[in-house]
Design a protein around this ligand. Structure first.
Ligand SMILES: O=C(O)CNC(=O)[C@H](CS)NC(=O)CCC(=O)C(=O)O
Length: 295
């Protein structure tokens, strides 16, 4: 075998095809019960042969007021986060936990971060990467839904792409972030192959926008999009749309959970050779004209 052929072979091994799982669940205000559900979902992902599992926003806790959310926030170096690291390590699985309310040390009002945590499968006890949700969901919708995420939460200020995961470069988003294409373009520019939008989407906005937004972000960024979702009634005030989704870089839905199933995983292959071929045949990032539309 020539040296050149050897190099191609090595690259193929690095890119390759990797199976992932995305969860759907209905978290409540009871952390211990949510943690038990996470353990069941992890076991199912292992059984399915996945290398990585993606859990939705609010996987550990979903509250019904800003006060509850602040009170339930965990320390990034605390017991709950360490437990998640151990769960991942014991299973030999990489884990994305899409939105954990974490304490902000210097917040005068006791506000939290909505943090997307990534754990590797080696069990170092702490997350490999942390992204703080940058766009906060402060809305007053015609359907009567009012949500003011900023009452409990401080926005993050950094784009985060984890370089070397089983699925290549992994861009971290959360829920409402999916409405901001600039964030996903920035992730692609920073090396993302897979982007994420773990969610607790409202039912009316989900019916109107969920599939369109997620497919559009995948098509534009030419990345796989993984959106693990909360589903069903969490408490008297909150209900989520479900439809956990995995979309390929051409915009095709490759896995979707039924909204009637309260606890489930869906699996799909992440094929980075296919991703490369999509990017090569339509090199949109070589055609950008930021001088025309940079804001
Ligand atoms: O409240 C928490 O504890 C965690 N945060 C959330 O669930 C957030 C803020 S209320 N939900 C969303 O961003 C939904 C976005 C959405 O539904 C849309 O963009 O249409």
């Amino acid at each position: 075998m020539s040296a050149a052929a050897g190099a191609v072979g090595a690259d193929a091994v690095r890119r390759g095809v990797v199976k992932v799982a995305a969860a759907q669940m209905c978290s409540t205000g009871k952390v211990a019960e949510n943690m038990a559900a996470i353990r069941r979902l992890v076991a199912r992902a292992v059984e399915a042969g996945a290398s990585m599992l993606f859990l939705p926003e609010c996987a550990l806790f979903i509250g019904s007021s800003a006060a509850e959310t602040k009170a339930a926030a965990v320390a990034i170096d605390g017991a709950e986060v360490a437990e998640l690291a151990t769960v991942a390590a014991d299973a030999g699985l990489w884990l994305s936990v899409g939105g954990v309310h974490t304490r902000v040390a210097d917040s005068e009002e006791g506000k939290v971060h909505n943090s997307h945590l990534v754990f590797d499968s080696f069990g170092m006890g702490s997350p490999l990467a942390v992204y703080h949700k940058a766009h906060l969901f402060d809305v007053d919708l015609p359907s009567g839904i009012q949500l003011h995420e900023s009452r409990a939460t401080e926005a993050g200020n950094k784009v985060v792409v984890v370089g070397e995961t089983p699925v290549g470069g992994l861009g971290l988003g959360i829920c409402y972030d999916m409405r901001f294409p600039g964030l996903f373009a920035a992730m692609r520019a920073a090396g993302a192959d897979v982007v994420t939008a773990p969610s607790a989407f409202t039912v009316p906005t989900g019916e109107a926008h969920w599939h369109v937004l997620l497919r559009a972000r995948a098509i534009e960024s030419q990345c796989y999009m993984i959106a693990a979702a909360q589903v069903g009634k969490h408490n008297a005030k909150r209900e989520s749309y479900g439809h956990t989704l995995i979309v390929d870089p051409w915009g095709k839905i490759v896995a979707e959970a039924a909204d009637s199933v309260v606890e489930d995983i869906v699996v799909a292959d992440i094929d980075l050779d296919y991703l490369d071929s999509v990017r090569a045949s339509m090199p949109v990032f070589d055609h950008l004209r930021p001088e025309l539309y940079q804001m």
